[in-house]
Design a protein around this ligand. Sequence first.
Ligand SMILES: NC(=O)c1ccc[n+]([C@@H]2O[C@H](COP(=O)([O-])OP(=O)(O)OC[C@H]3O[C@@H](n4cnc5c(N)ncnc54)[C@H](OP(=O)(O)O)[C@@H]3O)[C@@H](O)[C@H]2O)c1
Length: 302
Amino acid sequence: MKWTKHSIPDQTGRIALITGSNSGLGFESAKALLDKGATVIMGCRSLQKAQTAKELLLQSTNAGSIDLIHIDLADLSSIHKASEELKAKYGRLNLLINNAGVMAPPLTRSNQGLELQFAVNHLGHMALTINLLPILEKERASRVVTVTSGAQFMGQISWGDLQSEKSYNRWGAYSQSKLANVMFALELDARLRQSESDSSSLLAHPGLARTNLQSTSVSSNKSWQEAIAYQLMGPLFQSAKMGSLPQLYAATSIKAKGGQQYGPNFNFRGFPKLCRSAPSALNKKKRKMLWELSEALIEKFK
Ligand SMILES: NC(=O)c1ccc[n+]([C@@H]2O[C@H](COP(=O)([O-])OP(=O)(O)OC[C@H]3O[C@@H](n4cnc5c(N)ncnc54)[C@H](OP(=O)(O)O)[C@@H]3O)[C@@H](O)[C@H]2O)c1
């Protein structure tokens, strides 16, 4: 039987934070979890967009409840502030979906001067997760789901130029950040196992899903060539709803376990299935190196 959003177990009483949930996959995940009775906290960088998304969600369901919180993942101080607010307001968390992302913009720096994709896709989510671990670990079998991409397989960590100070390749930096997502999530799960924690860390990738990711990338680069390429690729894309299923499976299925990655059946489209992580993410020494380097950056800008 195919796993759909109707397969999600009852979420009543559970609290889920989803980053970037005003749009695309995050929005669809918010909708599916709400339908099952969860309290969904939408962590978004624009409260105005989040409010519009909330109104849309409220039109489609009476179940669950929605809260909004401002989180700009390109700014470590915003992440720390949001984490403190969440700890004070809720004191517990069952699920964190590290979903927000930015793809292949021209060279841009975060508030702390870091390369934007490294900062938003990887470091910001790592900082958020570490800050929220105390309230995640208060709940039985809580999960952190980090959203990566097929780009993880092309990714290389540019150890000598992590922040693209010497040269910048926008697709190389995207792939680096999506490989970093996998290395982070696997390392987190290993550390949770080592400390005998009941929480776990999983991964999901959506395949190819029609969201704002492509149009935002095209407009930030003013690239008519990529606009045409995405149009030609149209039939390959699945809907945002289908693309959200792997993260929903990783977040809620009783069969999903820490350290696993879920993606679409045929890699770029289809219903969720267990899939493998990029071989470059399996090197424990390099994972530890990236963790320590990232941790030092988070500490430096605290
Ligand atoms: N769609 C695909 O085919 C595909 C394929 C592989 C992987 N993914 C991954 O799926 C995830 C979700 O993307 P999507 O496809 O749903 O794209 P999307 O519709 O563009 O959604 C991305 C979300 O991330 C938010 N975001 C961007 N920068 C942020 C920041 N600095 N702080 C907080 N939030 C920020 C966006 O907010 P704004 O609305 O304010 O910009 C938006 O809510 C990403 O991690 C992406 O890498 C997608």
